[in-house]
Design a binder for this molecule. Structure first.
Ligand code: HAM
Length: 429
């Protein structure tokens, strides 16, 4: 029997679970503070939700199977199609715009590299039904607040922003036929991962000629939105980004966002602004990615409903926090550990634990009936603030010995007192 988890998946031992809960708590807090509501779906979905004409990489990475009723099902690789399905079910009755978030576990049969696994959790926040860039501004603020809440300093992360319409305008200007656009975007998305020679070769393989490849590369060298706006007059994508940057400037968040014409994002449903977050030097895989997808809902048979959002995975961010020395301090926390030293006190220990828990304290019982030294070692490993020691002699006088684990001080306290006032007044509420 192989005791390792399935390749590319993780076991979460209590230590990793503390870290995961901490991350989810940050995501939940930031979402709720911004007025987003939580939703969820089943990890099993209809396979057809992920089969797209453009041949996205994600469609090649599906964990799919047929159930006993002959249905083609997949483990979800991302949340956005499920969200679209939910919105379409109730689109007439939902008060738009909808601001929803979720923390789903997603499965992709990926080639395993740093930051990429076959299972990950992904914070999703989306605004549906709000067409203008105010929605993008809200979404980007959420990302910035989350990074700050996690302890990253403002110089340790940046959002790189582009617009799919800018990329399409470049391709139109250099006369790349429209039917090649999707394939060219897939190659452009891989630019950072291949050598310049391979990048050119892959572009030629899509059907572009050598002159178009050179012109495209020239445009990708333009770092400023202003220089591109001269090259692409009237481009809607450029106007949208300028409006968005203007809003962020007023709100005081402009410095977190940088225009980057090389950002594509791998999903074919994006129609407008696209973005990813990384270290300012782009030294990691993208920490998160997202964008506007105004036509996804209509491809599932609904009306055209504007939508924008992001997915923020748990894998890269935990690596980033560790590399910056900003992993949270997550020791186990417990108010009391109760230690009886003889079998005769076990019942009293259980009663005490029940009563203290009913008062709202976290209480662990140590029924090992160990000798003092070993029991104290376990008490200190338990992370408890205080140990309640039930010695036979003291118990005869209805007394409990309370040991403060940090100060290493002990006092005796009457059992009734411990139960009458909350924890005998030992811990301030
Ligand atoms: P995505 O760019 O495919 O977008 O993934 C978003 C984020 O999920 C990535 O930036 C990364 O943090 C994490 N991620 C993706 N794949 C893996 C993996 N194999 N291992 C670890 N982490 C991973 C989407 O999924 C879109 N549905 C996001 C979205 C929501 N767009 C609009 N709304």
């Amino acid at each position: 029997m192989d005791l390792q988890p399935v390749k590319g998946t993780r076991d979460f031992f209590p230590e990793q679970m503390r870290e995961r809960n901490w991350l989810f708590d940050v995501w939940r807090k930031i979402s709720l503070q911004a007025g987003f509501e939580e939703y969820d779906t089943c990890v099993l979905e209809h396979e057809e939700l992920y089969i797209r004409k453009a041949g996205d990489e994600i469609s090649q990475q599906l964990y799919s199977f047929e159930d006993k009723g002959g249905r083609r099902l997949s483990l979800r690789p991302e949340m956005t199609p499920s969200l679209a399905r939910m919105i379409l079910q109730h689109q007439r009755s939902l008060p738009m715009p909808v601001r929803w978030f979720s923390i789903p576990q997603c499965f992709r049969y990926e080639r395993m590299t740093k930051g990429r696994r076959r299972e990950h959790f992904q914070w999703n926040a989306d605004i549906i039904g709000q067409p203008g860039v105010t929605a993008e501004a809200e979404i980007l603020l959420l990302l910035i607040s989350a990074c700050r809440e996690m302890g990253l300093t403002d110089s340790e992360f940046r959002i790189f922003l582009n617009d799919r319409r800018i990329l399409n305008s470049i391709l139109e200007k250099i006369q790349v036929p429209e039917h090649l656009h999707d394939a060219v975007l897939v190659v452009m998305d891989k630019r950072d991962k291949v050598s310049p020679e391979n990048f050119s070769r892959m572009l030629v393989e899509t059907g572009m000629n050598a002159s178009q490849v050179e012109q495209l590369k020239d445009h990708l060298e333009m770092p400023e939105l202003e220089s591109l706006s001269m090259a692409l007059p009237g481009c809607e994508g450029i106007n949208a980004l300028q409006e968005l940057m203007g809003l962020l400037e007023i709100a005081g968040f402009r410095n977190f966002v940088q225009f980057d014409v090389t950002i594509v994002r791998g999903l074919s449903y994006y129609t407008g602004p696209v973005f990813e977050m990384n270290h300012p030097e782009k030294s990691h895989r993208a920490i998160c990615g997202g964008g506007r997808y105004d036509s996804l809902l209509s491809t599932y048979g609904g009306e055209v409903i504007p939508a924008v959002g992001f997915g923020f995975g748990d894998v890269v961010i935990l690596d980033v926090l560790q590399e910056h020395g900003r992993s949270p301090d997550l020791n186990r926390k417990l108010d009391f550990t109760i230690i009886p030293f003889e079998a005769a006190q076990v019942g009293t220990a259980l009663k005490l634990a029940g009563d203290l828990r009913a008062q709202g304290w976290s209480v662990e019982c140590n029924f090992g009936l160990k000798k003092m030294k070993k029991a104290m070692q376990q008490a200190s490993e338990s992370g408890a603030e205080r140990a309640l020691l039930l010695f036979p002699e003291e118990m005869e006088r209805n007394e409990v010995v309370v040991r403060d684990m940090k100060l290493r001080e002990q006092t005796n306290i009457q059992l009734e007192q411990l139960l009458q006032t909350p924890a005998g007044g030992l811990i301030r509420e």
